[in-house]
Design a protein around this ligand. Structure first.
Ligand code: ADP
Ligand code: MG
Length: 550
């Protein structure tokens, strides 16, 4: 027993706190063939908690079909949530309503599982409390493990099936000519602005007959809902009738959701990007020539930089950056866009000559984006009828019910307003070649990559403001984006010769593997970000440098 974790901790009782580190690296046996390894000790009782890795070589979940990575991600999400529910002094980062690949739990094809937990090593007066540590690590932890391994197999299977259905549905979108699907019966509104669970008593979604699509899912079978086709989709309706709620559900639809969320079968093209205005952000050498035809002082809009963007230029940059990162679906909401980049109506065209207005409004570019570049847009505009001219379809939200009013919108749009189209085609945007020297994660000689909620990415000496990057789900994903950038440089993907999309292609391939392979041993909870959020973080990093535009 001297060589067990419990025996060792009891022997360390009362010794200086730093001796906890002597536990590091060894695989301490738990029950059921599992082991616990201390990966990162804790310098003192007030430092971030120690981090433990629990390996379970055999689990009953091997009985589930785990051949697809999607089901492994789902099972890991299920197990992490199961562990979190009984974690006691341990902390398990199981995430929110989304089911993402996370470092907290990873499952292999044979069912073997790694759990990663944080634990504050007890140490009153900076002495080791060996008894309590032993009770937690050799008592509570094996119990937690028993609980996880004893989780209901049917519940685990149902969780995997639900996530696999959503993933299958999302992959079927292109073949159906759709950019999104919203199942009948889906619950879109959230409990509150700070609670992402479903709103109790909400009006469930029903598809307008003209958009109704029937799909056949591997587990759930026949399912109906609204298919949002490619092209330009405009959402209209009175204030407070549910437009933003639908758009937010589409933003969230790039991720899978836990059973019971209400949005399990609300899925969006995996590359869909929420674009918004974000005045004050930095922009580094972005080709915003499509939106801006001249800048005061003669700066070149095709190579635009600023440390303090306006609402309109920030939205122009965000649009181009989304395209550069590979988005083929843009999601915009009038609540968070710059009006002067969205519209310029007939009267304003008459009063202010085009010669003295450098901005080309989005309304004049959105069709070209669709027709010339295959980029679809879903845009909420309850206030500007000019969008009726360019919409492939118009959906009306009325008391949370969705109606297809395209026919009536066409009639309304037939009466001319006198407005003239101000820009024809959306040009090919130039891609940037980022410089690795602009991405430095070291601060005072140490790697510094962490997150403050979904507001801030701490990267080296910089605090990157990511509040406007709405599709970041949680802090683990923000940290993940920072570590992904660090990895892109360390692995030589971001080498000063490749364009950003090329860098992201290579990075994306790495991000599908085990998190340990690209997080560089970080003592942090990590969720895998999309390439789009990695790019969004890079774009907001004020030290970023661009070597050339191609
Ligand atoms: P809009 O963008 O049209 O002004 P919102 O989408 O912001 O409207 O919705 C207004 C309010 O209605 C929000 O508080 C939202 O939670 C609620 N809501 C949205 N959809 C539903 C629904 N299907 N059932 C019940 N409440 C809803
Ligand atoms: Mg709104």
């Amino acid at each position: 027993p001297r060589d067990t974790l419990a025996g060792t901790l009891e022997r360390l009782d009362g010794t200086p706190y730093a001796r906890y580190r002597s536990l590091t690296g060894r695989a301490w046996p738990l029950r059921q063939g599992a082991t616990a390894t201390l990966r990162h000790g804790q310098a003192d009782p007030f430092a971030p908690p120690s981090r433990w890795e629990v390996h379970c070589p055999r689990t009953p979940f091997a009985a589930l079909d785990l051949t697809s990575p999607v089901r492994r991600r789902a099972l890991a999400g299920f197990l992490a949530r199961t562990a979190r529910a009984v974690a006691g002094p341990f902390r398990v980062d199981a995430g929110g309503q989304e089911v993402l690949q996370r470092s907290s739990c990873e499952v292999s094809a044979d069912g073997s599982t790694v759990l990663r937990l944080a634990y504050p090593l007890p140490g009153p007066r900076r002495r080791i409390d060996g008894r309590r540590a032993a009770a937690d690590l050799a008592g509570t932890l094996p119990d937690l493990l028993d609980h996880v391994l004893g989780a209901d197999l049917d519940a685990a299977r149902a969780f995997c099936d639900a996530v696999q259905d959503a993933d299958h549905l999302r992959s079927s979108l292109p073949g159906l000519g759709l950019v999104a699907f919203v199942a009948d019966g889906a619950v879109l509104p959230r409990a509150s602005g700070v609670d992402d669970r479903p709103l109790p008593g909400a009006v469930p979604f029903t598809s307008p007959p003209s958009l109704r699509v029937e799909v056949d899912l591997p587990h759930r079978g026949r399912t109906t809902g609204a298919g949002v086709p490619t092209g330009v989709t405009v959402l209209v309706g009175g204030g407070f009738h549910g437009k933003s709620t639908l758009l937010r559900a589409l933003e969230a639809g790039v991720h899978d959701h836990v059973p019971g969320d209400g949005r399990e079968l609300v899925v969006t093209d995996p590359g869909a990007a929420a674009v918004r205005a974000e005045d004050g952000r930095a922009v580094t050498r972005v080709d915003v020539g499509a939106f801006v035809s001249g800048l005061p002082g003669g700066a070149d809009p095709r190579d635009f930089s600023t440390a303090d963007a306006s609402g309109s230029t920030s939205q122009a940059a965000a649009t181009v950056e989304a395209l550069e990162a590979g988005s083929r679906v843009l999601l915009l909401d009038e609540d968070t866009t710059a009006t002067n980049l969205m519209v310029r109506d007939a009267r304003m065209q008459e009063l202010v000559a085009k010669a003295s207005e450098p901005l080309n409004p989005f309304v004049d570019l959105v069709q070209s984006l669709s027709e010339d570049h295959g980029v679809s847009t879903v845009v909420v505009v309850g206030s500007s009828g000019d969008y009726l001219d360019v919409a492939d379809r118009v959906l009306l939200l009325d008391s949370y019910r969705c109606h297809d009013v395209t026919g009536r919108a066409r009639e309304v749009a037939r009466r001319p307003t006198g407005r003239v189209v101000e820009a024809g085609t959306f040009p090919r945007v130039r891609e940037r070649v980022p410089d690795p020297a602009g991405v430095d994660t070291t601060a005072r000689g140490r790697r510094r990559v962490s997150a403050v909620g979904t507001d801030t990415l701490r990267l080296g000496e910089h605090d990157v403001d990511v509040r406007a990057v709405r599709q970041f789900t949680d802090a683990g994903q923000v940290t993940g984006a920072g570590l992904a950038l660090d990895h892109a440089v360390a692995a030589g993907h971001l080498d000063g010769r490749r364009t950003l999309p090329e860098v992201l292609d290579r990075l994306e391939a790495d991000l599908t593997g085990p998190t340990a392979d690209w997080t560089g041993g970080a003592a942090a909870d990590v969720a895998v970000p999309r390439r789009h959020e990695v790019a969004a973080a890079l774009n907001r990093l004020r030290s970023v440098r661009v070597r050339e535009l191609r």
